[in-house]
Design a protein around this ligand. Structure first.
Ligand SMILES: *[C@@H]1O[C@H](CO)[C@@H](O)[C@H](O)[C@H]1NC(C)=O
Ligand SMILES: *[C@@H]1O[C@H](CO)[C@@H](O)[C@H](O)[C@H]1NC(C)=O
Ligand SMILES: *[C@@H]1O[C@H](CO)[C@@H](O)[C@H](O)[C@H]1NC(C)=O
Ligand SMILES: *[C@@H]1O[C@H](CO)[C@@H](O)[C@H](O)[C@H]1NC(C)=O
Ligand SMILES: *[C@@H]1O[C@H](CO)[C@@H](O)[C@H](O)[C@H]1NC(C)=O
Ligand SMILES: *[C@@H]1O[C@H](CO)[C@@H](O)[C@H](O)[C@H]1NC(C)=O
Ligand SMILES: *[C@@H]1O[C@H](CO)[C@@H](O)[C@H](O)[C@H]1NC(C)=O
Ligand SMILES: *[C@@H]1O[C@H](CO)[C@@H](O)[C@H](O)[C@H]1NC(C)=O
Length: 488
């Protein structure tokens, strides 16, 4: 190595400083920074662009004195700060209680983001996006659990376009639905989960970088979309990645997040609870003719290496019967009503077929469950020692079924042990009743009379006949891992 003259070294150093001071943010690329290692002055430049850009910031760790962020597209302000926010083109990017914030601006001549650091060193991320990425990311979705497995879905994306068929060529989707082609560039999601009691995410900002920073903490598991079971189209909300988790601990409450590429904010978390070790119903999923089914059913488990039932492992007379019912309904609908006799100004034959399919699938496959007191014995204890057992949760619609009882669906073989079943939500039936023409004679039991023998009543809708909404929970399942009745 040759030695440089001292004077030249000094030149190089100041050149480096200058380069650092002009640190440029790239579009659609996250910049990982830390308040204890900022350029001087602590500013970052935004490239010029004629379209609106969204500047997002996210804290990557808990901070008692977090930094503040300011942005301007007025290039005469070299270091925007709190004293400049009166200027019409200078704003604070307010970091909310969950640790992230964003501001959309046009940067015709470029702009500046400045960081005003607090007293503690805090890692953070800055991201400048060219698309109108919404910062509200929906939750992942729980399919169901067994004692050691779970089915978890990413938030939905790329909803399929459905062409309403028309007369005279009124063609409804086939009874045995064919899965449409997958989106060519699906949104990538990563699933991160851990037992809730190990509290790896406790007190963290709800940001992707903060959640990722715990990936090596005890019990934390991170799975990319490549490590999923692939894409699945449960319903018209869109495609979802489906993760089939194994090796979980029985009777355990888990917390899960999904992280989306290009989004600084993590999803809101969901909880899911595994069943007790004696729970012996296998999971059933990936049925093309019943795409929304993803829960535990009273069937003999499939032969290894399969560890959950799919269309190829369930008894063929079960799938044949469901497809036959759906074909017959489709035939009746298309010969009698569709595209000509507008039986309703609000709904079409396609709506009827879809609602009937959901109802038929839900009642054809009983769902196994466990009384909440069996599955989880006590509240999770927090660091402060207080119990976080929340407010009173309504009891789910559960019915006990004896071993070898004749199932409600006569094509299902009897199950050889006692189990508890989660009744279908009455709303699943009412939705088909509302969407289908009266001549089909589809009738649901009335909430006030016999319905509760066979359905979960009063959870989503109130018990008032014909009144939608106003039920005790408003949902079939919540984000805390409680499932009240079987429905979507
Ligand atoms: C600054 O941003 C505002 C709001 O988006 C916009 O109206 C204005 O044209 C921008 N000015 C420049 C120079 O980019
Ligand atoms: C962003 O939203 C605006 C208004 O909603 C729209 O005009 C524009 O095309 C959108 N840009 C992108 C890249 O989606
Ligand atoms: C009717 O529509 C289906 C699907 O839209 C199409 O495949 C079929 O060729 C059409 N048949 C006629 C006779 O137009
Ligand atoms: C449903 O269609 C798939 C192909 O999309 C086929 O493999 C399967 O055998 C069909 N199922 C039944 C029960 O007909
Ligand atoms: C998703 O990830 C895969 C593999 O990492 C990559 O090939 C693909 O381009 C990514 N898709 C998008 C939309 O970013
Ligand atoms: C569907 O209709 C055919 C012909 O009418 C009948 O044989 C079959 O039993 C029906 N399927 C069901 C499940 O009712
Ligand atoms: C369906 O098939 C199973 C065997 O796969 C049989 O035990 C059962 O009796 C059949 N059910 C009906 C209604 O035929
Ligand atoms: C799981 O744990 C969370 C956090 O303690 C709690 O709010 C939730 O009620 C628990 N879920 C169940 C089903 O017990």
């Amino acid at each position: 190595m040759t030695w440089l003259p001292v004077s030249l070294l000094a030149v190089i150093q100041s050149f480096l400083l200058l380069a650092e001071a002009q640190q440029k943010l790239s579009l659609d690329t996250a910049a990982d920074l830390n308040t204890n290692n900022l350029p001087s002055p602590p500013t970052l430049s935004v490239p010029s662009n004629g379209n609106p850009l969204t500047v997002s910031v996210a804290l990557c760790a808990t901070s008692s004195d977090p930094p503040r962020f300011f942005v301007t597209n007025d290039t005469t302000i070299p270091q925007p700060s709190v004293s400049d926010v009166d200027n019409v083109n200078t704003y604070e990017i307010v970091v909310g209680p969950e640790g992230f914030g964003s501001k959309q601006l046009v940067f015709i001549n470029g702009g500046i983001v400045s960081v005003v650091k607090g007293s503690t060193a805090t890692p953070f991320e800055v991201f400048i996006s060219t698309n109108n990425a919404t910062s509200e990311i929906s939750n992942p979705l729980l399919g169901d659990t067994t004692s050691n497995q779970a089915l978890i879905f990413s938030p939905a994306f790329d909803p399929p376009t459905f062409q309403q068929p028309g007369f005279p060529n009124y063609t409804l989707p086939a009874a045995n639905l064919s899965i449409p082609p997958e989106p060519s560039s699906p949104t990538n999601y990563t699933l991160v989960f851990a037992p809730t009691s190990s509290a790896p995410f406790q007190g963290l900002p709800r940001t992707s970088c903060a959640i990722k920073s715990r990936s090596t903490a005890k019990g934390v598991i991170t799975l990319s979309s490549v490590q999923s079971d692939g894409l699945w189209l449960r319903d018209m909300n869109g495609w979802r990645w489906e993760w089939f988790l194994g090796g979980l601990t029985a009777k355990t409450n888990y917390t899960a997040y999904t992280l989306q590429q290009g989004q600084l904010a993590a999803s809101k978390p969901i909880n899911f609870v595994t069943k007790s070790p004696t729970f012996n119903c296998p999971l059933l999923h990936q049925l093309p003719f019943c795409p929304s089914i993803s829960y535990a059913v009273p069937l003999t488990p499939p032969r290894p290496p399969s560890s959950a039932h799919t269309a190829s492992t369930i008894p063929s007379n079960v799938s044949d019967t469901i497809i036959s019912y759906l074909s017959n309904l489709t035939t009746t609908l298309t010969t009698l009503a569709c595209g000509r006799d507008h039986y309703s100004p609000l709904v079409t034959c396609a709506d009827c077929q879809a609602a009937y399919r959901t109802w038929l699938c839900t009642v054809s496959f009983p769902r196994c469950t466990e009384s909440p007191e069996n599955s989880i014995t006590s509240g999770i204890t927090t660091v402060s020692g207080s119990s976080t057992q929340g407010p009173q949760v309504p009891l789910p619609a559960i019915k006990s079924v004896q071993a070898n009882a004749t199932p409600r669906n006569p094509t299902l073989p009897p199950f050889n042990s006692d189990y508890e079943t989660l009744l279908p939500c009455l709303e699943t039936c009412n939705a088909a009743d509302r969407a289908c023409p009266a001549f089909l004679g589809f009738k649901c039991p009335l909430p006030k009379f016999t319905a509760s023998n066979s359905y979960g009543v009063g959870f989503v809708d109130s018990t008032e006949d014909g009144v939608m909404g106003g039920g005790t929970t408003g949902v079939a399942q919540d984000v805390y891992g409680n499932v009240f009745c079987n429905g979507s």
